[in-house]
Write a protein of this length. Sequence first.
Length: 538
Amino acid sequence: MINKRQRKFREKQLKAFGKLKADSFNFEQIERYFRKKDHSRDFQILSDKTCNDLDFQELFMFLDRTNSKVGQQYLFNKLRTIPFDSKDNAGHEKLIDKFVQDQDFRIYVQNQLGKLNDGETFYISSLFQDEHLQKPKWFFVVQLLSFASVFSFLMMLFYPAILFISLGIFIVNFGIHYWNKRNLYEYLGSFPQLLRLNAVGRELYKNDLLKEINPELHESMGVLDKLNNRMLFFKVESKLQGDFEAIFFGIMELFKILFLLEPLLLFGVLKHLDTKRKEIEDVFIFVGEIDSLLSIASLRTGLLNFCIPTITEEQKVIITGNVYHPLIPDCVRNSIQVNGKSILLTGSNMSGKTSFIRTIGINTITGLTLNTCFAERFSMPRMRVFSAIRISDDLMNDKSYYFEEVLTIKEMIDQTKNSDANLFLLDEIFKGTNTIERISAGKAVLSSLTKGNNIVFVSTHDIELADLLKMEYELYHFSEKVDNKMVDFDYKLKDGKLKNRNAIRILQINDYPEEIIKEAIEISKKMDNITETKTAEK
């Protein structure tokens, strides 16, 4: 029989499934697990630079439909980490389909995961990633005083005069007890949440389909079960402080001071936890994986179009059909095929070049990490992703725009020394320098980057650069229509390089003085004649 509270929860979850979260996002906490995780066994960790170029935080807020803070941290790490293979995808897709098709099962899982949505849940990862507090060298004094308290308390029944000795010990214990409070507060949130994580994990593990994620998890949960009694004290402590149950709290506080229970139990638990880091992370990953797959199911349900990508062994081939940028409302869809060559885009500002480059980057990442692309079709090899799109002067370190760009692109060149495939995303290469050197250096660098199994998507305003690279790069362009007082962008990808120039025309329709327009047209014609003459001479 479903009660009123359960019915309200069910209605809320059914309504929210497939929709954006209304929560606030604390990225400092969300990133905790990712920043400290060992990624040595992963294919690539996306750099902060690439994530900034692709508006990663905004992308994550769109993709995240998790129900718990554990799942949120796990999903963030999942999206920043490209794996070596896709061997788990078949099982994951089976579970995603189950979440979409079976409402009762989905809501049952959501109900369990919702128990891990408190802000303090973010700190569970610190129990297996951070260094724990170490006992001070004088900690043996705590043990002696605890024993002395017990002994004097018992002896006082026979020798009442010992009361004064007990009182002296109590005063010393009082000081040590409140010295330890600062240590206790560091863990007062995470200990109860760890108990809850283990309880949620054990409940979810009862389902055979979920159990397939980690069939050996019962061993890790069994180890954590043995810590339950030790940590139960801190769960009671946390609840009492939250509920202001003054009388019972006061009695317990006197009892803890008398026998120094808090420091003894705290450092005892920390010692055991230090040897159980793997087991804690196993349960964390199990719950996080379930929540992230449920998040993907919700994401897909809310999309008009998506596809499961095809990850091929064929290098230097990308095939997309009606691919779009998930963060752009009513985004115009485009299709492109890469086969042996890289892609060079020309076009005016705001015509769609940079957005298209970001579209390819985002879909590559979500395809390789979440097995989901925003397209009708997306086929690609497993690639590392690097970018040089959003670059700015680093005034604090006295670095110019050009120097920052040089360093970023040098990192890309270094990556070409590896045999793995790379996807390089560049916007307006070397635009921080003069035209002749920009074109010369740009041609040399882009020819180098596209060698081997690497694929480059680059935009440029330099038509000359397109001519120099036409043997190594397929040429495409975006264009606009200028009519009377209107500039109309269609954001459609077109074959070939851009031929018509509208920059001066746009000045004209915005009522620039006639003498400026006339002089600009004359200079443009002279420069075109010089370029044509040089081309003919070659």
